[in-house]
Structures are given as structure tokens and as C-alpha cells.
Ligand binder design. Structure first.
Ligand SMILES: Nc1ncnc2c1ncn2[C@@H]1O[C@H](COP(=O)(O)OP(=O)(O)OP(=O)(O)O)[C@@H](O)[C@H]1O
Ligand SMILES: [Mg+2]
Length: 367
């Protein structure tokens, strides 16, 4: 099932009664979530991710706009009629119930012709438990399980209803690094097996990039870009998206275009854009540096960190903004040529971006 959001907006009154401005948690969202795909909803804390999910599942009503599931307008439909499975950040399992009863719980609310027999319920519960591989734990209580196991129970409980749509709100945030990795791969596997359209909320860009078919990047309630993870990484729409994706992050310099050539300080790092003379933000991905004796950009060397597969060169440049040091990632086998504490780099055009100084939108004209 595809999900279409049309001009979706949610405004909250400010909790501080003295301030009369409203909080716009979701602002004029227009997006189509394609059928059977896993979409990662990504953005910093407080940007409106949970609100967007709550609108889709019906726990919140929009201030403006419409929500469609395929061709059906569900904007006014109560949550229990939407056929959505939701996994909350804190699992929200019932502590006094066993795993089996926790998973079965949503099925007991089925009424009328949807009502299931005891056997049917048991069958559905076991199917869901198998999918998340917790069949052996069915008689335990939540307190007798690890965080990762509880997480799987929460996912099974969302799946048991056979939802048309699965919404996961930061489902891995309480897990340790290894379990996080394992569970996210499992979520990916389950999604592939069931083909349920899924929205996965996270503020971890690496997590979103690694498991999503599409990512949506948002900030302050506004959708900044949607696309395949690699496309968004390679072709960010603006400086915010460029900075949000990638570790180590993109290096941003204050630069200038003069007679079509791009300068950082006195160094000309790229020739032949079609741009007018102007000031710009110059973004260079860490993997966009080529170490070279007579390279275009000169920096002051601070440290070399060997990381096995790659080497990270940490250096300084006066024009750098937003972070203390430039970070360049080069292959470990590159011979390190430095002179008098200076390093020089050529820049790979595919890893170079120019942004408007005011609007911070990406500027076409390179490549
Ligand atoms: N019920 C509410 N009343 C008033 N303001 C709210 C309400 N719920 C959320 N907000 C505000 O709306 C904005 C978006 O909140 P939301 O919980 O959707 O963010 P989020 O992206 O999920 O953040 P996090 O990553 O921290 O979970 C925030 O500024 C928040 O304070
Ligand atoms: Mg949230």
C-alpha cells in the first residue's frame, strides 16, 4: 500500500502560555511513500519525526492537509480502523503479561466479522514470533528478557495484526551498538519478507542510509529532500542535507567564484564553472581529497590517524567553518608527502559542492 501525504501540517499551541506563537511540528508535507518500500525518516531531535508518524497512524489529527492510503482518504479515520502497526521508542510492553499474551493483545480487540477464534489467534501469534525469532521465549515476562528481545516482541506485536503499514519510531535507540546493528538487519529482513510498506524513524543517518530504500530528510518540520540514500548523499539539495549525511561530515569552507573559477582563500580548487562572481559555501566530502605534492588546496597538517583500511588526515584551513579541523580520508597505501607541516590536495569534482551563501541551496555548475 502506498501512503500519500498532501499539504500535511500539524501546529501545536505553545505550552508556555505567555508565548502565543505556535509550534509547527510538521509543515506542509507533500510526499508519496511507495508501496512495499522501507522509508527512513531522518532528522535532528525535535524536527517533527514522531509527530509525522502519529499523524499517519491517527494518534494525532492534522491541522491541515490530507492523508491517503492508496486511493482512500483516511484523514478522519480513527487509528484502530487504519490497519497500521506501530512500534514505539520505549517498546511499551505490558509488564504483567507473558510474551505470548503481549503479542496476542491487539488481536483480542478485533470485533464483528474480524473476530478470531482462539486457534486462529494462536496461529497468528506463532507466525509473528517466528518472524522475529522469539518462539522459545513465549512464556517469559518482559522483565526476564534483554532489551533486544523486548524490542522483537514489540515488533511481533505490531506485525500480528498483519498491518498494511508498519511505523517504527526509533526502535533501536535503547540497544547497544552490536545489538543495534543486528536488529536493524533483522528489521530489513522482515520488511523484505513481508513487503509491508514501512516508515522507520531515526536521527542516526548511518542507520537510515544502511537499511532504507528511500530516505526523507527533515528539519524544523520541513521536508528537505527525499530520495534513494546514495542519491541524496551524492546530490544533496542544500547545505543542511549535505552536512546531515556522512561520517566524518562534509568539510565546509567559505569560498568565492571568480571568473568562473572556485577559490578557497588564495587557492583555486576548481576551474570552469558557469557561475557569476559570488561568495559561496564550498563543501568537500572527506573522501574527495587527493593528496598531491603540488595539489591545489594547501592546509596545515595537524595529525595523521591510521584506521587500517584508510588514513584520516586532520588539518587546518582558515576558510573552514562549522568545525575545527578539515578531515580528509585517503587510502592507507597513499604515500604521505608533507613539507614543513603543510599538506596539499587536489579535489575530486564529484565530491565537491557549492552552496548559495544566503539560501544554502546547492548551486549547479560543477561536473
Ligand atoms: N503535544 C505537543 N504539544 C506541544 N508541542 C509538541 C507536542 N508534541 C510535540 N511537540 C513539539 O513539536 C516538535 C516536534 O516534536 P516531535 O516529537 O515530533 O520531534 P521528533 O523529531 O520526534 O524528536 P525526537 O528525535 O527528539 O524524538 C517539537 O518542537 C516538540 O516540542
Ligand atoms: Mg520522536
Amino acid at each position: 500500500m502506498k501512503v500519500v501525504l498532501e499539504h500535511l501540517t500539524k501546529r501545536f499551541p505553545n505550552r508556555n502560555k505567555k508565548i502565543h506563537t505556535e509550534v509547527v511540528a510538521v509543515s506542509d508535507f507533500n510526499v508519496e511513500i511507495p508501496d512495499g518500500q522501507l522509508v527512513g525518516l531522518l532528522g535532528p531531535s525535535g524536527c517533527g519525526k514522531s509527530t509525522a508518524l502519529n499523524l499517519i497512524c491517527g494518534l494525532e489529527t492534522p491541522t491541515e492537509g490530507k492523508i491517503y492510503f492508496d486511493a482512500d482518504d483516511v484523514t478522519e479515520l480513527p487509528p484502530e480502523k487504519r490497519g497500521v502497526g506501530m512500534v514505539f521508542q520505549n517498546y511499551a510492553l505490558y509488564p504483567h503479561l507473558t510474551v505470548r499474551k503481549n503479542i496476542m493483545f491487539p488481536l483480542q480487540n478485533f470485533k464483528g466479522e474480524d473476530k478470531l477464534t482462539k486457534e486462529q489467534m494462536n496461529e497468528r501469534v506463532m507466525e509473528a514470533a517466528k518472524l522475529v525469532q522469539i518462539e522459545e521465549l513465549m512464556d517469559r515476562k518482559p522483565s526476564e528478557m534483554s532489551g533486544g528481545q523486548q524490542q522483537r516482541v514489540a515488533i511481533a506485536r505490531a506485525l500480528v495484526k498483519m498491518p498494511r503499514l508498519l511505523l517504527l519510531d526509533e526502535p533501536l535507540s535503547n540497544l547497544d551498538a552490536r545489538l543495534r546493528l543486528q536488529t536493524r538487519e533483522e528489521i530489513r529482513r522482515i520488511q523484505k519478507e513481508t513487503h509491508i510498506t514501512t516508515v522507520f524513524v531515526t536521527h542516526d543517518q548511518e542507520e537510515a542510509m544502511s537499511i532504507s530504500d528511500f530516505i526523507i530528510v527533515m528539519k524544523d518540520g520541513v521536508l528537505h529532500q527525499m530520495g534513494k540514500p546514495q542519491d541524496v548523499y551524492d546530490r544533496p539539495a542544500n547545505l543542511f542535507v549535505a552536512k546531515f549525511l556522512g561520517t566524518p561530515p562534509i568539510n565546509v569552507f567559505a569560498g568565492e567564484v571568480k571568473k568562473g573559477d572556485v577559490y578557497i582563500g588564495a587557492d583555486c580548487i576548481y576551474r570552469g564553472t558557469k557561475l557569476e562572481d559570488r561568495e559561496v559555501w564550498v563543501g568537500i566530502r572527506p573522501e574527495g581529497f587527493i593528496l598531491k605534492k603540488d595539489g591545489a588546496l594547501t592546509c596545515d597538517l595537524k595529525a595523521v590517524e591510521v584506521m587500517g583500511r584508510d588514513t584520516s588526515i586532520v588539518c587546518e584551513n582558515e576558510a573552514l567553518t562549522g568545525q575545527p579541523t578539515v578531515r580528509a580520508i585517503i587510502p592507507a597505501e597513499t604515500p604521505l608527502e608533507t613539507k614543513g607541516g603543510k599538506v596539499r590536495f587536489d579535489i575530486k569534482p564529484a565530491k565537491l559542492y557549492l552552496f548559495d551563501k544566503q539560501t544554502e541551496e546547492v548551486l549547479e555548475g560543477i561536473r
